[in-house]
Design a protein. Structure first.
Length: 668
């Protein structure tokens, strides 16, 4: 129970904006910076205040950032919103997070400038999601003056390992649309209205361009914006892990020992982009830091507005899955460490983890599956009570804990790059926030009217290039929470190919779902040429048996009694990952393709298996500490009705503004 009520930073001030202050970097480039200052009756308040900052490539004057800045400035913070190098009104060139003049140095120079201002009390907190989480990481590695704490939402660890590339494959479903979208308000489009017009007009045809991959230099409208064409082609063709990928803007793994020991709050989700990255950071930070680290793992898609949504894809995880007021939680964190107010935000566990799967096998009023779930506490990752158990693949499509014997024959299929398995859910950008396919959880069956690349309405299990391995109906429920790996013994007729894996919770037939429901949990891929070493390409000898390890994203799920644990093995998942042409040609260069004969082995000498993090320990059913997660409504602070109304309205505005940002970009 809470003994001291947290009153919090209340609205005390008006806000004055200093617009487009050009902050100089060490090489003379200036970055456009908007500064929101506490004021009374339109006059800036004299005195020193803590600072919160977000460094963004998505317009520092976007409605969402303006609303956030005013929220903090009215409560006694200086809020700084900055366009990163080469974006918005800032000078210089842009190459995603991989600029030669990296985000680390620009972040250091910006914070150095802030602490020298007369309104700064020397304490700075950073905030942001995704890219603006990565800019936080990058500047932290430079250990700038004033950096006191960070609040990081769904951001990466090593963008070569996951997010830009994964298992050696290119994450085309995220980054092809991203390059086209960002080009529409890039420098080339700003100076040439015709370029802007052409890029806007081509965007509705983006799915056609996806079908033409690989897009080579000069082949698409993106060639009119060389900055963005170069970004796309560079990330798509650079498969080897080399110095390019070790830029601190997109990779803190290489520099983790340089990270400052400061309080850090992180949030991610099973269907976001960065659950592997965030849980890995938790492990590494806890090894090194004495400062507090907190983490929340939910079910949301990638984006602010999804925190208020109990749905991911066509699955309903229940009202308990909603994080109602991220701003209230973030304000608590900053009040604790920037204003030294005892908010009790440190009470409770290190991690709050939403474990999916305790709902009813029913449709809700929207037609979605009610999969449900509950919150589990943990102070470590992997969580207490984890047992990693192997489930072996067998020739009859069975998946169980019994090792195969010498009599088992291999499983074979043909992979045709011209007929890839469509992406149906997963950790991918949804159209609502800029993608072209839907992320989240879906019944794994084709729907040509709804999903890109689907040609029929057959269940994926009936495709000839999807090999299904599943348990018998479970005699008791099994709970898993953690990282998932698949180890394959396999061969191919090609010199290079891909193998994919997808973990599925298979519901039995029911009144609401007569054919059952095959719900995707997580997936992964391995490009054969990188099977041994991500920094070195090694083509295969056709038909020779090799070992492959596929790292799936982490997940947390209860497979209920009567369900089956299902593993799908194939060789494509498009457009989430670019399709391997099977030719062995240099990456992102081959317009020709060839079919490959794939063989999965599962005998006593060449075993294949999935490793599941099974939880034997009963969940901690103690009261959730109010000050860490509150009552999950944001009403845990002591506020006047007027204050609470303002925060609730702000929260609703934030969700709508985030959606409106993408609509605005679509209509540029």
């Amino acid at each position: 129970m809470i003994t001291n009520k947290y009153m919090g930073s209340h609205i005390q001030y008006d806000v004055v904006l200093k617009k487009n202050i050009m902050v100089p970097m060490r090489d003379g480039i200036k970055l456009a910076t908007d500064i929101y200052l506490p004021a009374i009756s339109g006059k800036i308040v004299e005195g020193e205040f803590p600072t919160v900052i977000e460094r963004t490539p998505y317009d520092n004057a976007s409605p969402r950032l303006v609303d956030t800045a005013k929220f903090y400035a009215s409560r006694g913070y200086v809020a700084v919103m900055q366009d990163v190098r080469g974006r918005g009104e800032s000078e210089g060139d842009w190459l995603y997070l991989l600029n030669e003049k990296d985000e680390s140095l620009d972040g250091f120079d910006t914070l150095s400038w802030i602490v020298d201002q007369k309104w700064s009390d020397g304490k700075i907190g950073t905030m942001g999601l995704s890219y603006t989480g990565a800019t936080q990481h990058a500047l932290a590695l430079a250990n700038p003056p004033g950096l006191t704490t960070q609040f990081i939402l769904d951001s990466g660890y090593n963008y070569h390992t996951h997010t830009v590339r994964s298992g050696g494959a290119f994450c085309s479903g995220i980054f092809v649309p991203y390059a086209f979208r960002m080009a529409r308000d890039g420098k080339e489009a700003q100076v040439n209205p015709n370029v802007r017009k052409n890029l806007i007009e081509c965007f509705p045809d983006l799915k056609d361009w996806m079908n033409r991959l690989p897009i080579l230099k000069g082949e698409s409208p993106l060639s009119q914006a060389p900055t963005y064409e170069n970004m796309l082609l560079t990330m798509a063709s650079k498969g080897k892990y080399d110095e390019f990928w070790k830029n601190p803007g997109a990779n803190i793994e290489e520099y983790i020992d340089d990270y400052p020991d400061i309080p850090i709050f992180m949030l991610t989700s099973w269907y976001g982009h960065h659950v592997w990255a965030t849980t890995t950071k938790l492990i590494e930070f806890k090894k090194r830091f004495k400062s507090p680290i907190k983490i929340i793992i939910g079910t949301w898609l990638h984006g602010y507005e999804t925190l208020l949504d109990p749905y991911s894809g066509e699955v309903n995880f229940g009202q308990d899955s909603i994080l109602h007021n991220i701003e209230d939680l973030r304000l608590r964190w900053f009040d604790q460490f920037l204003k030294e107010i005892d908010t009790n935000v440190l009470e409770g566990p290190t991690a709050k983890i939403f474990v999916m799967g305790t709902g009813k096998t029913k449709r809700d009023v929207t037609g979605a599956l009610i999969h449900g779930g509950y919150w589990r506490n943990s102070d470590m990752w992997p969580i207490d009570g984890t047992n990693f158990e192997r489930y072996y693949l067998h020739s009859n499509g069975l998946l169980n804990t019994i090792k195969p014997d010498s009599q088992e024959s291999p499983t074979e299929f043909t992979f045709d790059p011209n007929n890839p398995v469509p992406t149906l859910g997963g950790c991918i950008q949804t159209p609502k926030v800029g993608g072209i396919v839907s992320g989240g959880a879906f019944d794994q069956k084709g729907r040509p009217d709804k999903f890109f690349m689907c040609k029929d309405d057959l269940p994926f299990a009936e495709r000839e290039d999807v090999m299904v391995f599943e348990t018998e109906p479970l005699q008791e429920s099994i709970e898993i929470v953690g990282n998932i790996t698949v180890s394959l013994s396999a061969s191919s007729s090609a010199k290079d190919t891909d193998f994919t894996a997808k973990l599925i919770d298979k519901y039995p037939p029911s009144e609401d779902f007569p054919k059952g429901f095959a719900m995707n949990l997580c997936d992964g891929i391995i490009r054969a040429r990188f099977r041994n070493d991500r920094s070195k390409e090694e083509l295969m000898v056709p038909d020779q048996i090799y070992k492959f390890e596929i790292n799936l994203q982490a997940t947390g799920n209860v497979f209920k009694k009567g369900h089956r644990i299902r593993l799908d093995i194939s060789s494509s998942n498009f457009p989430q990952f670019d399709v391997n042409p099977n030719t062995g040609d240099p990456l992102w260069s081959s317009k020709s393709t060839m079919s490959a004969q794939q063989t999965i082995y599962h005998d006593d000498k060449n075993i294949s298996f999935i490793t599941l993090p099974i939880i034997k320990q009963s969940p901690d059913q103690k009261q959730i500490p109010e000050l860490f997660f509150g009552d999950n409504s944001g009403r845990h602070t002591e506020k006047t009705p007027e204050e609470q109304k303002e925060i609730d309205e702000h929260n609703e505005r934030m969700s709508k503004l985030y959606e409106d940002e993408w609509k605005r970009l679509d209509n540029l």
